[in-house]
Design a protein. Sequence first.
Length: 318
Amino acid sequence: MLKKLICLLTAAMFLFPDFRISAADAVSGTFDSGISWSISGSVMTISGTGEMGDVKYQPYASYSSSVTSVVINEGISSVGYGAFSNFQNLKSVSLPQSLEYIDVNAFSYCYSLYDINIPKSVEYIGSNAFYGTYFISGIKGDFIVLGDGILYSYKGSAERIIIPDNVKSIADRAFVSEKNAYLLYVPESVKIIRENAFLNCTNLKYAVISSETESVGNNSLGYILNPAPVLKGDFRIYSCSGSAAEKYASDNTIDFTVMGDIDGDGQVTSYDALMILQTVTGSADMSEEQKISADSDMDSDITSYDALTLLQYITGGF
């Protein structure tokens, strides 16, 4: 009798897949970091205090297909590397206000994920964290900005890219392999450009970067894949003397021009402002590179305001 019952139960597991899910009604465990996880029915809960840590080998992988909702409780400060990757039936995620960090591939290939709200407390999102999710594909507009002003990815096709002024950081690989843009403007709101942010942007020739940008990551600008990252031959950075952008250009032997140095003598003087005014009035003209250097307000247009801004800079008026 017992042997027959075992056979029936084994057959049921194969004939009725949902029967096996019931085994996940009360499973739980702990990450190496001490953070705990549990699965009850279709809901997975993460609890504890601090960082989740890397989850490259999911201890709960055999139950992932049964999970449709993830709840990460207050106190958790990070979602680990690959934590929920390939949870193909996951639809909703609740994130705490304590969360600061979402690591690489955290929710990649969660094709059904659409309901998730990234709190403003999140300051870092790793590359491909939401790759393949409906959540990302459903966001309208060219710039996908998440959390605390993180520019996660770009959907546009403009030849001139002007980063929105609500962006505080540009994520790793946010613009990777973008093929259309040749000119980039990074405003003063952007404090961090992560590594590989503009990797393999083959047509990108010029990047105008604010002096307020504090960090420019490795291979973030001026590199293409061949197959490893190598420097482009035709790329120039514009910024102020002493800026993080100038240091990046120097460290990577990238051509650099001081913003406002229209005549190319290495100094910003009233003569540079005069050249702008002459261009505005039509009594002179500038090359494309000179116009980029003259465009102090980064609006892709040369006006008398650019000359005034330059004069104020020269005289210490701001």
